[in-house]
Design a binder for this molecule. Sequence first.
Ligand SMILES: *[C@@H]1O[C@H](CO)[C@@H](O)[C@H](O)[C@H]1NC(C)=O
Ligand SMILES: *[C@@H]1O[C@H](CO)[C@@H](O)[C@H](O)[C@H]1NC(C)=O
Ligand SMILES: *[C@@H]1O[C@H](CO)[C@@H](O)[C@H](O)[C@H]1NC(C)=O
Ligand SMILES: *[C@@H]1O[C@H](CO)[C@@H](O)[C@H](O)[C@H]1NC(C)=O
Ligand SMILES: *[C@@H]1O[C@H](CO)[C@@H](O)[C@H](O)[C@H]1NC(C)=O
Ligand SMILES: *[C@@H]1O[C@H](CO)[C@@H](O)[C@H](O)[C@H]1NC(C)=O
Ligand SMILES: *[C@@H]1O[C@H](CO)[C@@H](O)[C@H](O)[C@H]1NC(C)=O
Ligand SMILES: *[C@@H]1O[C@H](CO)[C@@H](O)[C@H](O)[C@H]1NC(C)=O
Ligand SMILES: *[C@@H]1O[C@H](CO)[C@@H](O)[C@H](O)[C@H]1NC(C)=O
Length: 479
Amino acid sequence: MEVQNSFSSLVLGSFARPSWTSLFLVFTVLIIFTLQFSGNPIWPAPGRGEGTVFWDTGGPPSCAGFFRDVPVRKVVMSIEDFGGVGDGETSNTAAFWRAIRYMESFGQRGGSQLNVPRGRWLTGSFNLTSQQSTTSFSPLPTRLISDLKDWPIIQPLPSYGRGRERLGGRHISLIHGDALTNVVITGQNGTIDGQGKMWWELWWNRTLEHTRGHLLELMNSHNILISNLTFLNSPFWTLHPIYCSNVVIKDMTVLAPLNAPNTDGIDPDSSINVCIEDCYIESGDDLVAIKSGWDQYGITMGRPSSNIIIRRVSGTTPTCSGVGIGSEMSGGISNVIVEDLHVRDSAAGIRIKTDKGRGGYIANITACNITMERVKVPIRFSRGANDHPDEGWDPKAVPKVRGIFISNVFSLNSTKAPLLEGIKDAPFEGLCIKNVSILGLAPSVKWNCEYVSGATHAVFPSSCPQLQSNGSSSWCLYP
Ligand SMILES: *[C@@H]1O[C@H](CO)[C@@H](O)[C@H](O)[C@H]1NC(C)=O
Ligand SMILES: *[C@@H]1O[C@H](CO)[C@@H](O)[C@H](O)[C@H]1NC(C)=O
Ligand SMILES: *[C@@H]1O[C@H](CO)[C@@H](O)[C@H](O)[C@H]1NC(C)=O
Ligand SMILES: *[C@@H]1O[C@H](CO)[C@@H](O)[C@H](O)[C@H]1NC(C)=O
Ligand SMILES: *[C@@H]1O[C@H](CO)[C@@H](O)[C@H](O)[C@H]1NC(C)=O
Ligand SMILES: *[C@@H]1O[C@H](CO)[C@@H](O)[C@H](O)[C@H]1NC(C)=O
Ligand SMILES: *[C@@H]1O[C@H](CO)[C@@H](O)[C@H](O)[C@H]1NC(C)=O
Ligand SMILES: *[C@@H]1O[C@H](CO)[C@@H](O)[C@H](O)[C@H]1NC(C)=O
Ligand SMILES: *[C@@H]1O[C@H](CO)[C@@H](O)[C@H](O)[C@H]1NC(C)=O
């Protein structure tokens, strides 16, 4: 099999208050961007095996081993070599275009790395998509886009069947990549500013015609490391790996105004072996949301999200949740570990969202060591998202939710006990909840359970009858 080895790294600068009509991306400080293009995305079999490191010698547990190191790039260039100027005023669009083309020319010669040195570098959005070829590469199709009409509309995702917000296609992301392997995007705490305000306004004033793009979207890609960067002001969900495998997102900061609509932090979608570790996220939507496609489109595509580890993540989102699972989950979501999550001043902590029509499953979800302050509903499972792509959804396609393990939760100044609402024809089963203390509730506040079964142990306040085991609960085996 022929696999091309082209490593590229981009270093981009930043700009003070650029006008959105001229340029969109602001990179500050240092970003190293390496890419290897391969004609065919690699799909390892699901499983915990590949590259997994759960315990570093001595250090805290880590899943960073999902990313397997790439060889050292033979050629290292700076954006300045391509005429880039990091003064915060000059457009670097053409320089980046030249740089990406150059980087790709090393596809068969050991690869290259592009550095963006300290500075403020302005540029437009770009497309890292490689040609679907295993033998030759034409110049990397890169777009540096400078006006709304130039944000091309790309195909809807097959597992959504349409744009998430509007029918039809969707705007491309600021950084868009398809069918890549060995992608490294890193920086010494550098910043990429998506300047999403224009997009939020289009949403607020109801003049958005097509679904917004992401700050970074990688599709059909394998072996990805995104680290040590601050992503600001995404137009829509900030990081969106979809149909990807072996993705590590570590030591990242994601910030958006707390009222910026749908600015989710990190949304692994139909992806396997994803490690999200040591991140701080503040945004207008879920800090992390695991997804796998929407109703009949997601069911047909049948591509799950599995082996997802979310560890040492903290942050706040006043109207949404710390970790959300769903509501789009039609390809199935399984084997998720959430550990050492700290959520404050938010609407929910751990949230499962689904509905009739979704089909799919949510299984083997483990959440433990969760601390919260001023989170209204610390644990919430809900049905009735009532949000379907079109009339073609199947009311008989009910999701199967089974095997949800939640332990060691300590929540201060909450307003609601767990709110657990399953679906009438498809009760949520095998809920195991233990050692949960939810403090600060009014004495009258009780658990609210419907169409759920399982067991609880050592929870405060005491749980609902559906979850009070009247005998043996030995089936409730914690993994
Ligand atoms: C990105 O590049 C790929 C490969 O050339 C191309 O097929 C696709 O149309 C490009 N997408 C956009 C939105 O420019
Ligand atoms: C990274 O930058 C942010 C502000 O942009 C700052 O709050 C944070 O402390 C910095 N982190 C490190 C490790 O330097
Ligand atoms: C909606 O917001 C966009 C982006 O800020 C703006 O260009 C447009 O004029 C606004 N439209 C209305 C009707 O307010
Ligand atoms: C982030 O930067 C710190 C400090 O330079 C470094 O120790 C750490 O390994 C980096 N993280 C990743 C995932 O590269
Ligand atoms: C859940 O875990 C159990 C035990 O490890 C395993 O047998 C089962 O296949 C898993 N379910 C899914 C949907 O991955
Ligand atoms: C949870 O926290 C306890 C007490 O701090 C610690 O001993 C344990 O290792 C943690 N477990 C995980 C899985 O993080
Ligand atoms: C219960 O959870 C708390 C954290 O909320 C932890 O400190 C404690 O060790 C846990 N107890 C047991 C028995 O696991
Ligand atoms: C919880 O609420 C009490 C009473 O309003 C307040 O004194 C305390 O500081 C709050 N604690 C947290 C962690 O929010
Ligand atoms: C335990 O008993 C209560 C009251 O009789 C009942 O409502 C509940 O369904 C039972 N729970 C289980 C897990 O069997």
